[in-house]
Design a binder for this molecule. Structure first.
Ligand code: ADP
Length: 253
C-alpha cells in the first residue's frame, strides 16, 4: 500500500513554507500586473504622435491643392511627431532590453572617465558644462551604464534650464561614497514630484504643456541602470534655484 505521506513534524515549519510560497506568488502577480501596465501605458503614449501624424497627413491630402499654405506647417508637425515617436520607440527598446542587459562592473577611475565623457557630450549641449572632479575616485561600476545615466542627467539639464546658465558636473567624495552630480539653474523640482519623475512616462505638467519635447522615459531608464550597478539615484534642490541629480557609488580602494 505504498509509503504514507510524510507527516510534517513541525507544523510551524509547514506554515512558514506556505507563507513563503504565498509571498512568492504575490510578487509574481505584482510583476505581471506591472508588465501589463507598462504595455498599456506605452501603447497609450504612442497613440498621441500617431494620431497627430495621421491627422496632418489627412489634412494635407484633402486640402493641399486649394490651400498650399498649410503644407509647411503640416510637414513640420509630421516631422516633429515622427521624431518624438522614434525617440520613444528607441527608449522602449532600451527598457525591454534592460531586462536581459548584462551589467559588467569593473574597477576604474570615475574621474578620468567623466572628464572624457564631458568632452564628448559638450558639443551637443548649448549650455557650458563646468566640471569639478576629485582624485582617487575608484568605483566598481559599468562604464556603459554610467555613460547612459550621465547623458540623461545632462540632456535634461540642457532641456530644462536657461541657455545662459552653466551646468555643473561634480564628483565628490564623502565618507565611503562617491557622488557624481549634475546641477542646473532651471525651475527645479517640487518635493512631491522628486520620486515620481523616475517613474516611466512621468512628466511634470509644466514640461508636458510646454514646448519641451520628451517622453518621460529618460530618468526611468537611468534609474534602471543605476539599480543594476548597485548605485543610488535621486534628485535634490540647487540653491538658490534649480535641481541637482545624483548618482552615488560605494567607493573602492
Ligand atoms: P523627459 O525629459 O523625456 O520628459 P525624463 O524621464 O528624463 O523625461 O524626465 C521626467 C520629467 O522630470 C521631465 O518631463 C521633467 O518634468 C522633469 N525633469 C527632469 N529633469 C529635470 C531638470 N533638470 N529640471 C527640471 N525638471 C526636470
Amino acid at each position: 500500500d505504498g509509503n504514507p505521506l510524510p507527516v510534517p513534524e513541525n507544523p510551524i515549519e509547514v506554515r512558514q513554507l506556505a507563507q513563503n510560497f504565498n509571498k512568492l506568488l504575490n510578487r509574481l502577480n505584482v510583476k505581471i500586473l506591472q508588465e501589463q501596465q507598462f504595455v498599456s501605458d506605452a501603447s497609450h503614449e504612442l497613440r498621441t504622435p500617431v494620431a497627430a501624424i495621421r491627422g496632418h497627413a489627412t489634412l494635407l491630402k484633402r486640402r493641399w491643392k486649394e490651400h498650399p499654405e498649410i503644407i509647411d506647417e503640416s510637414l513640420d508637425y509630421i516631422d516633429e511627431e515622427s521624431q518624438r515617436m522614434k525617440t520613444m520607440i528607441e527608449e522602449l527598446l532600451t527598457i525591454s532590453r534592460g531586462n536581459h542587459m548584462e551589467i559588467e562592473n569593473e574597477k576604474f577611475d570615475l574621474s578620468e572617465y567623466v572628464a572624457r565623457l564631458i568632452t564628448e557630450i559638450q558639443p551637443a549641449i548649448v549650455q557650458k558644462i563646468e566640471v569639478q572632479l576629485t582624485e582617487n575616485a575608484i568605483v566598481n561600476a559599468d562604464k556603459k551604464a554610467v555613460r547612459q545615466v550621465l547623458i540623461a542627467f545632462i540632456e535634461n539639464a540642457g532641456k530644462y534650464s536657461p541657455v545662459e546658465k552653466n551646468i555643473v558636473v561634480k564628483l565628490k567624495t564623502s565618507g565611503d561614497t562617491l557622488d557624481l552630480s549634475v546641477a542646473d539653474e532651471g525651475q527645479g523640482i517640487p518635493n512631491e514630484e522628486k520620486e515620481k519623475i523616475f517613474e516611466r512616462f512621468y512628466r511634470i505638467d509644466k514640461s508636458r504643456s510646454s514646448e519641451i519635447p520628451g517622453t518621460g522615459l529618460g530618468l526611468s531608464i537611468a534609474k534602471q541602470y543605476a539599480e543594476m550597478m548597485g548605485a543610488w539615484i535621486f534628485v535634490s534642490d540647487n540653491v538658490p534655484t534649480g535641481s541637482i541629480f545624483h548618482l552615488v557609488f560605494h567607493k573602492e580602494s
